[in-house]
Design a protein around this ligand. Structure first.
Ligand code: FEO
Length: 396
């Protein structure tokens, strides 16, 4: 396995082949917690790993240098998948100063017993010389925590980007040109949609700063390192930060006695008459990780649920809760679903949720009492056609 990024700069992280749940994100292909060792006149490590894997990480460092030689441990992000190992690291590296910004120090002090740590608090634009190389620190607030920070090594044109440009993807390879690009970009898209979609604006601002730097390599905290396809991942992120639509229609539904399912199928049929990609997901059989990945770049979105006890189906409530947190933008859509005797739940509640998400209403909620009639199914088809026609305009 190639772990050398540049002469004297090596990957020392942990490949988590078996993780399948990352606070709700279904990580079908595992993940990695990337960390990096820079050996110069001074020695620095960039980030740590999740607490259970810290001994493996320390072993990776020990294979390259003595732990007593570590001068700096940089913490770019306080979330425990990168900081969990820090208490052990700071104990094992007696000379090391913990380098982070003030907000990160505050977060770390609230997570761990840091009484014995030596701190080196940096501000945006500060630098630390390692000898031939410099560490330059760039605050990236809300990408995706308040303390998030990039570390840049100008002499190597190397950016340590913590979660940004990452992928939850375990593999034996460390670089973007060692695996099919479409696989890596799809993982980067899923990561963006599920972890950072809410923070499009700060990410766009960060991208503007990154565009001013000379970058030959981006080393994120998860997944492969970008060295051959930086342009491609930048272009993808430029689209993601505004949830740029493609000609795609997504229909999501939950169902009880198949009435809402028949409505969903009719909406899909209408959309399929147009020159667009049309996708149908039953939220009981498709994980929300996949759903929000598809919603990220859809142009139109129809969401349906029957009424259950004046509310909606719990599985749909769960998906809406997840989606509302991530707040996809730049979409039109409508609600639909069946009901028995109360119009208070089902499509009404979904319509309210879509309004809260600022999904532009293109149609009043479509409701079927008990079972959709042929006329109502035709209304669904027509609404699907309208979704498709709207989505068609986003063809390149
Ligand atoms: Fe990979 Fe936000 O932690």
């Amino acid at each position: 396995m190639n772990i050398t990024l540049k002469d004297g700069i090596d990957w020392v992280g942990y490949i988590d082949w078996t993780v399948r749940d990352f606070h709700g994100y279904k990580t079908e292909s595992g993940s990695t917690y990337n960390a990096y060792l820079i050996r110069d006149e001074k020695t620095a490590v960039i980030d740590a790993v999740k607490a259970p894997y810290v001994e493996k990480y320390l072993d990776h460092i020990r294979a390259l240098t003595d732990l007593s030689r570590i001068d700096y441990v940089v913490c770019n992000h306080a979330e425990p998948d990168h900081s969990g190992g820090l208490p052990s690291v700071m104990k094992a590296c007696p000379q090391a100063e913990l380098v982070c910004n003030a907000k990160c120090k505050e977060a770390l002090e609230k997570h761990y017993d840091t009484a014995a740590w030596k701190w080196h608090v940096v501000e945006d634009g500060d630098t630390i010389s390692l000898g031939r190389r410099t560490l330059s620190f760039i605050n990236t607030p809300m990408v995706h925590w308040p303390e998030s920070m990039f570390t840049y090594v100008p002499e190597e044109k190397l950016l340590f980007s913590m979660d940004a440009f990452g992928q939850h993807h375990a593999s034996a390879f460390r670089f973007d040109d060692e695996e099919p690009l479409d696989v890596i970009l799809q993982e980067a898209k899923a990561y963006y949609a599920n972890i950072v979609m809410l923070y499009g604006r700060p990410i766009a601002q960060t991208m503007e700063r990154a565009a001013q730097m000379e970058i030959e390599m981006i080393a994120p905290s998860h997944g492969v390192i970008w060295r051959s396809h930086i342009k491609e991942v930048f272009e993808a992120y430029q689209k993601y930060v505004v949830c740029k639509p493609v000609p795609k229609v997504v229909v999501l539904y939950a169902t009880m006695w198949k009435a809402t399912e028949r409505m969903a199928e009719a909406i899909l049929e209408g959309a399929q008459e147009c020159n667009v990609e049309a996708q149908l997901f039953n939220v009981d059989s498709t994980h929300m990780t996949r759903i929000v990945t598809e919603v990220l770049d859809c142009a139109t979105l129809a969401i349906g649920s029957p009424t259950l006890n004046n509310g909606i189906m719990p599985s749909m409530a769960s998906v809406l809760c997840y989606m509302k947190g991530l707040r996809p933008t730049n979409k039109q859509g409508f609600a639909f679903g069946s009901y028995g005797w109360s119009k208070r739940g089902g499509p009404t509640e979904i319509g309210q949720a879509m309004e809260e998400m600022k999904i532009e209403t293109m149609h009043e909620p479509i409701r079927a009492q008990y079972v959709p009639t042929p006329e109502l199914l035709e209304e669904c088809r027509e609404a699907g056609r309208a979704m498709g026609k709207y989505a068609e305009q986003f063809a390149d």
